[in-house]
Design a binder for this molecule. Structure first.
Ligand SMILES: Cc1cc2nc3c(=O)[nH]c(=O)nc-3n(C[C@H](O)[C@H](O)[C@H](O)COP(=O)(O)O)c2cc1C
Length: 392
């Protein structure tokens, strides 16, 4: 069985390295006055769009063997559907994993948008279904439903997405959605139904994932906890007579030697400003109701004086959120060590990965060329991306 590798597309700007926030690539950086635009313009705006940079990242990831890219969706990112349509024209086989929260789109509209995107891209769209972590970020979208209600809404949404894709009149009476004799018309209903990755660690998430997901997707956790979660979602899915695969979203710092990799992390840690350390403390006492986020916080020590305090397992560092926000756990080591840790994850049940490292452009080449060829996978081979029909 082959292992699928995706790369993250940084749709919210990024610093030029793990070591420092500056220079900053992109115009999303909070505190605009700190941005120094590199190039010939003496540090001023040079007309180069950050979206052009994202296209370079997608090219680099495609050329270096990744099957596709994840486009995250947060209040501070660009919009993934729009960016995917643009990137499809820039790439050949690269697949687009669009993160979206079902509650924010009508399901029949979403089915039509998806089918049109499949038509335009030769079937290269897939989803990371997210259900939201509650708290202020959820209210930002105007969503005040409770945690488990949001998952009920996600399940109903996916019921309808699948239902209307059959191309026959489909009616549905749910708590959140009702449709009467809806269906995708020909030729949209002949497009490939998108593969579904599904994120969330709560019991409600696992119930919804077992019904609809092709891949259950988790952030990296200590290996014993991750194995237990994967086993639980697989058991639930088996009960429904379905099969589910598992995937891990993980940041990495990979260098020729372990010393170089830790040096990169140490320098990043030493360059942190007090604001970022304060953000770290706030994330430990995070607002919201995300079970996955509180699991992440629970794996991190509260007292941190050195980057070494954040090493929680061999080659696993839990301070990535300090360097670039997001979730904490990631892999640090030599190319060989990072590949072995990915093999460990494959051994405990991972069938796919979404990898990321900063800066995403150069690191796509590095990881694709230096790490992926060392991953033995389950069958000692990692297959090249399949060729897909090219209509874009
Ligand atoms: C790998 C992964 C990627 C995620 N990406 C996003 C994202 O792009 N946008 C977002 O709002 N939430 C994202 N989330 C959080 C999800 O919204 C998730 O539903 C949330 O953690 C609450 O679920 P839980 O309580 O079941 O853990 C992601 C979660 C994981 C595990």
């Amino acid at each position: 069985m082959s292992i699928d590798f995706f790369w993250r597309i940084p749709t919210h700007g990024e610093p030029g390295s793990h070591r420092s926030r500056l220079p900053y690539r992109g115009d999303w950086y909070q505190g605009q006055d700190h941005i120094r635009h590199p190039g010939l313009g003496g540090g001023g705006q040079d007309g180069f769009s950050y979206i052009d940079y994202i296209a370079e990242v997608a090219h680099a990831a495609e050329i270096s063997g990744f099957h596709g890219g994840l486009l995250p969706s947060f209040p501070m990112t660009d919009e993934p559907w729009a960016i995917s349509s643009f990137l499809a024209r820039e790439t050949r086989r690269f697949r687009f994993m669009i993160a979206f929260q079902p509650g924010f789109l009508n399901p029949v509209t979403a089915a039509r948008m998806t089918a049109s995107l499949q038509r335009a891209t030769g079937g290269r769209a897939l989803f990371n279904i997210i259900t939201g972590g509650g708290g202020p970020a959820q209210l930002w979208w105007g969503d005040s439903f409770s945690h488990d209600d949001r998952y009920t809404r996600t399940t109903e949404f996916l019921d309808i997405l699948r239902g209307v894709w059959q191309g026959k009149p489909f009616s549905y009476q749910g708590r959140f959605y009702q449709v009467e004799e809806a269906s995708l018309p020909f030729p949209l209903n002949h497009e490939t139904f998108p593969e579904i990755y599904f994120s969330g660690s709560s019991d409600a998430a696992l119930v919804s994932a077992s019904r609809h997901a092709d891949y259950y997707l988790s952030w990296l956790e200590p290996l014993a906890q991750l194995r237990e979660k994967f086993d639980r979602v697989k058991a639930k899915t088996d009960q429904l007579g379905r099969k589910i695969k598992c995937a891990v979203r993980v940041d990495i710092v990979a260098r020729a030697t372990e010393e170089e990799a830790w040096r990169e992390v140490r320098r990043g840690f030493e360059n942190l400003d007090p604001v970022q350390l304060e953000r770290y403390r706030q994330q430990l006492a995070r607002q919201g109701d995300s079970v996955g986020a509180s699991r992440q916080s629970g794996f991190r020590p509260s007292q941190v004086n050195s980057y070494k305090d954040l090493i929680i397992e061999p080659n696993i560092w839990s301070g990535f959120n300090l360097l670039r926000g997001g979730q904490g756990q990631g892999i640090v080591g030599s190319y060989e060590q990072v590949a072995r840790r990915l093999d460990d994850l494959i051994a405990l049940g991972a069938d796919a990965f979404i990898l990321a490292s900063t800066p995403h452009l150069e690191e796509a080449y590095r990881v694709g060329e230096e790490v992926l060829p060392l991953v033995r996978g389950r069958a000692s081979v990692v297959t090249a991306p399949e060729s897909l029909s090219l209509s874009a």
